[in-house]
Design a protein around this ligand. Structure first.
Ligand SMILES: Cc1ncc(COP(=O)(O)O)c(C=O)c1O
Length: 399
């Protein structure tokens, strides 16, 4: 089938909730993608932070093929070795405590929200039900995740949102202090806000947030869906900001593209989920768990995170160099290999031009270009990507 026919087929039968570029990808390898015409692209978006160890990573492909041959699904009424092993790995690699597996980021946050309320109701903080979230946050599209997403544009037409969510202004410690009351069971927060344009909290804010949570007996729930697994040069971005969450949510790169999410919670908090309190048919599916084990083996290798930081520096320096020759770049920001270039104007067209020139980048929050490449990207690939980006930016913005 020709690319145009595929684009037309999607347009005819699928709901119009995505705004897609008219490119048809058929294959990936590391940080490279290939379209239906055999054209090669460099992928600096990584399926929006999902292809964390690169497309078609051999260790993932092998693990998945073997698991598919043996057992695809059996339900959570029974034990499966690969899920049991992954539970230990996820717990030990993050905050300790217990793990609940689901299928996506929004489901992980949904479970965390339920867990926080149940923990409070069970005696952790009786009478507390409110979840405090930060302005500009993104926590998913189901009603729990959406209600926690403090960006009105995502709510339009879907109101009313669930009760029991309170938004605090971005980066304002005093406002957070006022918001955390005897009714608050948890603060749900991203270490870096991804979907609103790689927004970094002011220095010290997360540490203060942690202190206020401890002071008020509020759970510190950190949404690491976009930031975890080496993305910022550490297993959790929380550790880069010196905070110790009570609950962490994971998804995106967890199984390198297969659908897997997880909630990790401190032992006493996790105790709130007894038999029957929460569940998922597909959650912790053996095939996804096999892929995730391969991910942890890869990112847990000695020196992996140091290399992420080194590649992050190369990308950041290259972006800064581009910015220094332009009048239309406001700021370069981010951490590790989660970086952004904030522009004066809209970036959707720029992302389209990059694509035409063989480079995949993200356009987010209107005027931001976002970079979330596979963490296995090489210095040579980054330099190649920077060269394409340089040529794809509007001529009018050059100094
Ligand atoms: C921080 C954060 N939380 C939650 C989600 C929702 O994840 P999913 O799309 O897998 O439901 C996303 C997705 O972009 C995210 O970046």
């Amino acid at each position: 089938m020709l690319s145009n026919d595929i684009v037309a087929l999607t347009a005819k039968y699928q709901m119009r909730n995505y705004s897609r570029f008219p490119v048809v990808f058929v294959r990936g390898e590391g940080a490279r993608l290939f379209d239906a015409e055999g054209r090669e692209y460099l992928d600096l978006l990584g399926g929006i932070a999902v292809a964390i160890i690169g497309h078609a990573h051999p260790a993932v492909s092998r693990a998945v093929a073997l698991q598919v041959k043996n057992l695809v699904h059996v339900s959570n009424l029974f034990h499966v070795p690969v899920q049991s092993e992954l539970g230990r790995i996820v717990s030990e690699s993050t905050i300790g405590g217990r793990v609940f597996f689901c299928n996506s980021g929004t489901e992980a946050n949904e479970a965390a929200i339920k867990l926080a309320r149940k923990w409070a109701a069970d005696g952790g903080k009786r009478g507390a039900y409110e979840i405090v979230v930060a302005e500009g946050s993104f926590h998913g599209r189901t009603y729990g995740g959406l209600s926690a997403t403090a960006q009105p544009k995502y709510h339009v037409g879907f109101e009313p949102m669930l009760p029991g969510f309170r938004t605090v202004p971005f980066g304002d410690v005093a406002a957070l202090e006022d918001a955390l009351t005897e009714s608050t069971c948890a603060l749900l927060i991203e270490p870096i806000q991804g979907e609103s344009g790689v927004r970094m909290h002011p220095p010290g804010y997360l540490k203060e947030a942690e202190r206020l949570c401890r002071q008020t007996g509020t759970l510190l729930m950190v949404d690491e869906i976009q930031t975890a697994l080496g993305r910022t040069g550490a297993m959790l971005a929380s550790s880069r900001f010196g905070i110790s969450p009570d609950v962490v949510t994971l998804a995106k790169g967890l199984a390198n593209g297969l659908p897997l999410g997880a909630v990790v919670a401190r032992e006493d908090v996790a105790a709130a989920f007894g038999p029957g309190s929460h569940g998922s048919t597909f959650g912790g599916n053996p095939v996804c768990c096999a892929a995730a084990k391969a991910v942890f083996e890869t990112i847990g290798a000695p020196g992996f995170c140091d290399e992420v930081l080194r590649m992050g520096d190369i990308l950041r320096e290259g972006l800064s160099e581009i910015a220094s020759r332009r009048t239309d770049v406001r700021k370069i920001r981010g951490l590790g290999l989660m970086l952004a270039m904030e522009m004066e104007g809209e970036t959707k067209e720029i992302a389209g031009r990059c694509l035409e020139n063989g480079l995949v980048v993200g356009s987010v929050a209107g005027n931001v270009l976002r970079f979330l490449p596979p963490l296995t990207i090489t210095a040579g690939e980054i330099r190649h990507g920077l060269a394409i980006l340089r040529d794809s930016l509007p001529a009018g913005g050059r100094k």
